[in-house]
Design a binder for this molecule. Structure first.
Ligand code: PMP
Length: 358
């Protein structure tokens, strides 16, 4: 990039390290276990032939079906270009750049900080406790000027749920001062843990959802923000005029039909069975030091020599997500749950690596 052009850019953008998405990191694999995607494509046909027209800003059928699926009313649902857009819309609507802050608890999903940096909002971190639960006293001490607290439950990349009693305590301490955003991108793998029913009691609670994970539609780019009407109305002020392409709305409505939801639940059951199988296999390998419990479609594990394991698998076409640089996660790799065949290939490759090392 020419330095003259770079000098024109906003200082925070010049300083920004963009989110290292799995796709940006690349790789030449044939077993992709690095982006928490569903391992197989689900076929859909487009039913709308109206691409000459702009789409609805908030496609009615998608909103109605998602509201029914989540047990909410349509006015409590906003649809956007993935949950990632929801993360950013909340900052744009609620945080004054240079004045307000957001807060989150690492290790967690990387887009909260990247969005804050992009927009020019301060982000504060309160590291999670050793058991990856909230450090409530430390959060209480850092809330001054914070407008949005992001929680991820179940958390990416650790896989654990945040204790509900702690979330209640956080909601009590932020009432009237800040939003609490519960990122439920992986909630379909532990549906009983959703906070959706809490929206009735907490006007400052917001929930993020996505079709990218259990619904097997990462390529669609479709996510949801669930909140009470006053929050949704504010987000509607800052959202793009046509955030969802017509084919996206078309496919999302099909995915949220009764048949679509039944298929999603079947996929979740399959992945959960594969996860249980990996929980039997992984601890038997000498290179595996620790396997953390997970409520999601991925498993975090600590390895004796994680860079060598990562590279050895990479060279065999099996791509995992390195977590070494995440606070507290030295030696950890995150493994998305694939098909049973992919899980078997992973274990065979780890066995082969263990033999080579011995
Ligand atoms: N939140 C979490 C915790 C995630 O892991 C992801 C996906 N990487 C997202 C949000 C973003 O989801 P989407 O694909 O809907 O933008």
């Amino acid at each position: 990039m020419s330095t003259e052009i770079e000098a024109l850019a906003r200082a925070n953008v010049r300083a920004l390290t963009p989110y290292q998405s799995a796709r940006r990191l690349g790789g030449n694999g044939d077993v992709w276990l690095n982006a928490n995607e569903f391992p197989l494509p689900v076929p859909f046909e487009l039913s709308q032939q109206t691409l000459n027209r702009y789409p609805e800003c908030q496609p009615r059928l998608v909103i109605e079906r998602y509201a029914a699926y989540a047990g909410l009313t349509p006015e409590q649902v906003l649809v956007s270009r993935g949950a990632d857009e929801g993360i950013e819309l909340l900052m744009r609507a609620f945080c004054e750049p240079g004045k307000d802050a957001i807060l989150f608890c690492p290790p967690t999903y990387g887009m909260y900080s990247v969005s804050a940096e992009t927009i020019g909002i301060e982000y504060r971190t309160v590291p999670a406790l050793d058991n990856w639960q909230l450090n409530l006293p430390a959060i209480a001490g850092k809330l001054d000027g914070v407008k949005v607290v992001y929680l991820c439950s179940p958390n990416n990349p650790t896989g654990n749920l945040i204790n509900q009693d702690d979330i209640r305590a956080l909601l009590d301490m932020t009432a009237g001062k800040a939003l609490v955003v519960a990122d439920e991108a992986y909630i379909e793998f532990c549906p009983a843990a959703t906070l959706a029913a809490w929206l009735q009691a907490y006007p400052h609670l917001v929930i993020l959802r996505t079709l990218s994970k259990a619904f097997a539609l990462a390529g669609l780019r479709c996510g949801f923000t669930l909140a009470n009407k006053p929050v949704i109305d504010l987000l509607m002020k800052v959202i793009a005029p046509y955030p969802l392409a017509t084919p996206v709305a078309d496919v999302a409505a099909q995915a949220l039909s009764e048949a679509g939801i039944a298929l999603m639940r079947q996929h979740v059951a399959e992945l959960n069975a594969n996860r249980a199988w990996l929980y039997e296999q992984l601890p038997q390998l000498p290179v595996v030091e620790q396997v953390f419990p997970s409520e999601t479609n991925y498993i975090l594990a600590r390895f004796t020599d994680s860079p060598a394991v990562f590279k050895s698998l990479w060279d065999r076409g099996i791509i995992l997500r390195d977590q070494n640089k995440n606070p507290g996660l030295a030696g950890c790799l995150r493994i998305s749950i694939g098909t049973r065949t992919e899980c078997e290939r992973l274990i065979a490759a780890l066995q082969a690596f263990s033999v080579e090392q011995a």
